[in-house]
Ligand binder design. Structure first.
Ligand code: AKB
Length: 340
């Protein structure tokens, strides 16, 4: 008999950290199978049924998992973020696209074998959008899911394509087979804005200037910010991001008309970040030294997103606006983390 379980790839990453804890808080009996290329902390390990230090590209590993477990839900979080994927495009494509395809196949095999739909939660990104320049971006304001989809980064293109793969696995998989299976991959994607965690530091992203500024200030380090003060993106704190994944997972499929949804919380400039950080850490020092190449990527991402579909179809709402995010979550938690 296979064990019913939830699979989390990239479990040691920023979202994975919080997600493992939230899932076990909600259901202490849950069997979490966690994969990451890096070992998980002891606390996270203790909350998982099995932890695998391994690569999602290892097909024999995925075969072994398929043999031992019936996955009801897969949170496929493993990815190479935008700056790293721009520096190593082939690696980005391999992990972000081929890796996702392998996991979708695993989910499809499991659905066929068990006769039950397998939910596939996929963090997409505002990087799926591509606006031509900062003037158009600021004029565009809140961007809808079907607008400005000319992604300009390897990562953004990868995310957009994986959303399309998700749509295919959800609705059209093996559509020519004479014998259609009853169960399928129930793909659900969220285009996340820049995420900010008080617990972990991001690596390899382009929206990382926000969180980096705060973590540097809390450690008394000078931060060279690679975008100008005016650079504006939508951001969200990690507890809201995890709430969104759990809420979308719990929504009955009949309520959902899309396979991917925008979600938003607050849209702020790099200067807004600096002002609020400076208040909490008066000795914080940031030099705005734009790196024009990285800045162009930020300029191609929307300043804000229209998340009305997510609000309407699965009741999405953020708990943390900009003020509350800093006052009640980020500042107390980073002060605690760095012993301030
Ligand atoms: C990145 O900067 O690559 C990510 C993202 C916006 O998806 N944080």
């Amino acid at each position: 008999m296979s064990t019913k379980a939830v699979l989390i790839t990239g479990a040691n990453g920023e979202i994975g950290h919080g997600l493992v804890s939230r899932l076990t808080e909600k259901n202490p009996e849950i069997n979490i199978v966690a994969i990451d290329v890096h070992p998980l902390s002891k606390t996270l390990q203790d909350q998982c049924h099995e932890v695998i230090v391994g690569d999602i590209m290892d097909s024999s590993l995925l075969d072994r998992l398929a043999a031992f477990y019936d996955f009801e839900t897969i949170y496929h979080l493993a990815a190479i973020l935008s700056t790293k994927a721009e520096r190593e495009p082939v690696l980005g494509h391999r992990i972000n696209v081929d890796g996702t395809l392998g996991l979708l196949e695993l989910a499809a095999r499991q659905a066929r074998a068990t006769g039950e739909n397998v939910k596939f939660l996929f963090p997409s990104s505002i990087a799926a959008y591509g606006l031509p320049n900062v003037a158009v971006k600021m004029k565009a304001g809140k961007v809808k899911e079907n607008e400005w989809l000319d992604a300009r980064t390897m990562y953004g293109i990868n995310k957009k394509y994986c959303e399309d793969l998700g749509r295919y696995y959800n609705w059209y998989y093996r559509q020519l087979d004479p014998q259609q299976t009853t169960a399928h991959v129930d793909f659900r994607g969220i285009r996340f804005p820049g995420l900010i965690s008080a617990v972990t530091l991001p690596t390899g992203g382009t929206s990382d200037y926000g969180p980096e500024m705060m973590h540097y200030a809390a450690q008394g380090k000078v931060y060279d910010c690679f975008v100008p003060e005016s650079a504006t993106l939508p951001f969200m704190v990690m507890p809201d991001a995890i709430n969104a994944l759990l809420k979308l997972e719990a929504t009955p499929a009949k309520n959902l008309t899309q396979v991917v949804y925008n979600i938003g919380a607050f849209s702020v400039s790099a200067k807004d970040f600096y002002d609020v950080i400076k208040k909490a850490f008066p000795s914080a020092h940031v030099n705005f030294k734009p790196d024009v190449l990285r800045q162009k990527i930020v300029d191609s991402w929307p300043a804000d997103v229209d998340d009305s579909l997510a609000r309407k179809e699965w009741g999405w709402s953020h708990e943390f606006d900009f003020k509350r995010a800093f006052d009640e979550y980020l500042i107390p938690a980073v002060k605690n983390r760095y012993g301030k």
